[in-house]
Design a protein around this ligand. Sequence first.
Ligand code: PMP
Length: 403
Amino acid sequence: MTSRDVFLKYLAQTSTDPLLIEVEKADGIYIYSPDGKKYMDLISGIAVTNAGHRHPKVIKAIKDQVDRYLHVMAYGEFIQEPVNRLAVNITSHLPDKLNSVYFVNSGTEANEGAVKLAKRHTGRTEIVSFYNSYHGNTHGSLSFTGNEEKKYAFRPLMPDIRFIHFNQDNELSEISRKTACVIVEPVQGDAGVILPANDFLKKLRKRCDDTGTLLIFDEVQTGFGRTGKLFAFEHFGAIPDIITLAKGLGGGLPLGAFISGYEIMQKLSHNPKLGHITTFGGNPVCCAAGNAVLEVLTEPDILDKIVAKGELFKKLLQHDQVVEIRQIGLMMAVEFESAEIVQRIVHGCIEKGIITFYFLSNHKSLRIAPPLTISFDEIKTACSIIQEVFDKYVKKFHTKSSY
Ligand code: PMP
């Protein structure tokens, strides 16, 4: 049996069209196959390897921690230096009111914890979320995800959730004194990089203040430098009551967090005691990696260049068949006329050694989210190859389909 056969037979398949790239090794922005093929990774494992694959500082931190201890106890009992250090490090980059961290293992868990905390703190049950949002795939997060395609087969889900449209000021009145929390991605990621417009997040903040509702920013995808700032909310003049993180946080190891104020977070310690539980959350090896990745990403050289790198991509990806490019920092969606075109481009790029991907809730857009360490020359090389693929597959597709 080939490794491909084993993968298809023994691993649960969820995709009808898996990319099937076999991985031998990964380094920087490159992934290598056992057959010697080298791929430029323009999706970072879906916005995870923001400092590149196997950054030497991250590898060293992991190895040093492995030599000390791995898992020693479930969350919240033992004092572990890398975990303490990461909590201090992250909160030092956040506004004062976000000063207490609960570490979990993934984005969906971070959101589950955040929403539980909001319900417990406010004593309310209603949750407001947004159409086309993505917050994760466990039952709770799926319930407040605004993508019906992913939900219908799993009902009944959580009750008491209202959905409103992103960027629609007139719908903010749906948030009321019954609402425990609003959960929102400051830039909608899986909807295909939809940016907030006309101070929408400031207006949302104000409505939450007026109604005593907690505002949760899901920065699982936008966090850790992806948009050109360490956290996306820094662009938009609105500070959440709870922020959720994952993906880039562990530098390639599984780590998530929800972060709020000390007073709010205290509610998880009584009525009931152990108000949120995780065995592995805040794993010391993952936190050691998190400390290293935070150090790398806050070196001025990286964050300062992200805006220019994103703009270079945007300029070089223009094409007469591209409908629109939506972009902030190195989080980009290149929209075409149809999902079929995007599918051909993704596969065409792989043939030429470039990894791009789709979006969960926007099938007409091509996802580009490379490691933030990508160089300007690498961007030029990547875009000239992608342009060849656009020329070959988009035009070919049009010619074919028009007959
Ligand atoms: N929130 C957002 C905004 C995300 O993009 C994702 C993952 N795509 C999640 C939550 C869920 O994260 P995870 O897959 O780690 O559970």
